[in-house]
Design a protein around this ligand. Structure first.
Ligand code: GLP
Length: 240
């Protein structure tokens, strides 16, 4: 647990930098949203200071809204370019975000899984967490998908993400998201949670239960997960 989001972000960047320094062509699984913003700022600083080289790095993002192309300012491709890729020496051809406007979304999803396989899987997967425990857009459900798929967003998620759009009705109702498979197969997972609205989901990571109704709880089965919290996100955890 960190006293501030800034400290958390600096630490997360050192973890990611460690992976890239060990393997110059590392595959980074990346996430969007407010949680990893600080991480990306810190990675840019490391690059600017000459402490990190992304020239051989590859990236694969978790998800994209259906119906938004990369020029839409709320698309996740736009987010990644704006907040990270435009500021570092990564080759954009090595950066991948699902296509939310593919004519055949299902085919696009299958190709995305083939792409992940062809990259040899993910070396480090960055995750945020939804207030309802979703990861990527793997929403709470009786069953979860292993593979990339088109997901219907829950009302709660639409509400949570409405802050980025002019109105709630502008939030897409579907997304293309990586399934649980590549996330669980990632060699290392770093989950970042900041703010009190994540406290309930974070608490669910500490009990004895695994449930598809809180998808992030499946991470308890992964052998290398680092959960980074600020005070707000940790506020429902018992003091130990
Ligand atoms: C979004 C994204 C997730 C993200 C989560 C939390 O809907 N699909 O990948 O982790 O919700 O977002 P934030 O970090 O902005 O709270």
């Amino acid at each position: 647990m960190f006293n501030s989001y800034e400290e958390l972000s600096a630490y997360s960047a050192e973890l990611v930098a460690g992976v890239v320094r060990q393997k110059e062509d590392a595959v980074l699984g990346l996430a969007t949203g407010s949680s990893p913003m600080g991480l990306y700022e810190e990675l840019i600083k490391l690059y600017d200071d000459g402490n990190l080289d992304f020239s051989k790095v590859k990236s694969i993002n978790l998800d994209e809204y259906v119906g938004l192309d990369g020029t839409h300012n709320q698309s996740y491709r736009y987010f990644m370019d704006l907040n990270l890729f435009n500021h570092i020496n990564i080759d954009k051809n090595n950066t991948h975000v699902p296509d939310g406007v593919a004519e055949d979304l299902q085919k696009g999803a299958e190709e995305y899984d083939e792409l992940i396989d062809s990259m040899g899987g993910i070396d480090v997967q960055i995750l945020g967490i939804g207030p309802n425990g979703h990861i990527g857009f793997n929403e709470p459900a009786e069953q979860l998908n292993l593979n990339t798929h088109v997901a219907d967003l829950t009302q709660e998620t639409i509400k949570a993400n409405a802050r980025f759009f002019a109105s709630e009705s502008d939030v897409p109702t579907q997304a293309v998201t990586m399934g649980m498979g590549p996330i669980m197969k990632a060699k290392k997972v770093i989950l970042i949670a900041s703010g009190e609205n994540k406290a309930w989901a974070v608490k669910s990571l500490t009990d004895d239960v695994i449930t598809t109704l809180i998808p992030a709880t499946l991470l308890k089965l992964h052998s290398d997960v680092t959960v980074l919290l600020d005070r707000g996100a940790a506020s429902q955890l018992d003091e130990k």
